[in-house]
Design a protein around this ligand. Structure first.
Ligand code: AMP
Length: 216
């Protein structure tokens, strides 16, 4: 039976960081809808250009576009045993679409770790975040500075600040999360798959709590 884990939580909660840890531990692909949009933008595809008009403002890309993209991603052979989903679903419509898509593959969402942190922490994390151009490795100007300013420690590529990590857009993204994504907390709680994780702790402790939840 394939294993699907959905990481839920506001921007800056640490979903991407924890998704990478889980993906490595379980040998499952890490599917980040935001990364796929950014990859498309880098490659100049029509999807990337369309997504950018929403991303730059901190708005959600329309459901039909996002769902079609994720469905296509699921068809790749590496998803055979499941996946770690990060940033998808972000609306109840997307969650319904996910349920239907997984049913087609004989799977379901097994666990939804809901990672939380206080709003001021989210803002500080996002506004100080630097991302590497090559792979998307994450650094923070205060909490996890690179050894050489502006360069990724892992692959030497340039670090840049995401447009939507600029202070003015960050607050709007959090509001969009509260308005459009937070209904998923009840959605998954009512299905018995939600587990709350305190994201305001060191990365290793958050990972430890996640592993405990997964073992249960
Ligand atoms: P993230 O990398 O998850 O912070 O996503 C960055 C941006 O990509 C979001 O602010 C949205 O504009 C867009 N995006 C990512 N995932 C989704 C999704 N599931 N639905 C709609 N828009 C999304």
């Amino acid at each position: 039976m394939p294993t699907y884990i959905v990481l839920l939580g506001p921007p800056g909660a640490g979903k991407g960081t924890q998704a990478k840890v889980l993906a490595q531990k379980f040998g499952l692909p890490h599917i980040s809808s935001g990364d796929i949009f950014r990859e498309n933008l880098k490659n100049g595809t029509e999807l990337g250009k369309l997504a950018q008009t929403f991303m730059s403002k901190g708005e959600l890309v329309p459901d039909d576009v996002t769902i079609a993209m994720i469905r296509e991603r699921f068809e790749r052979p590496d998803c055979e045993n499941g996946a770690i989903l990060d940033g998808f679903p972000r609306t109840p419509t997307q969650a319904d679409a996910l349920e239907n898509a997984l049913a087609d593959f004989g799977g379901r969402v097994n666990l939804v770790p809901y990672i939380t942190a206080p709003e001021e922490v989210l803002i500080e994390r996002l506004a100080g975040r630097w991302t590497c151009r090559a792979i998307g490795h994450i650094f923070h100007e205060k909490f996890n500075p690179p050894q050489q300013p502006g360069r990724c420690d892992l692959d030497g590529s340039e670090l840049y600040q995401r447009d939507d990590d600029k202070a003015e857009t960050v607050k709007h993204r959090i509001q969009v999360y509260l308005d459009q994504t937070s209904p998923l907390i009840e959605y998954y709680r009512s299905r018995g798959t939600l587990v709350e994780i305190n994201g305001f702790q060191p990365i290793e402790q958050v990972s430890g709590q996640l592993m405990t939840a997964l073992k249960r």
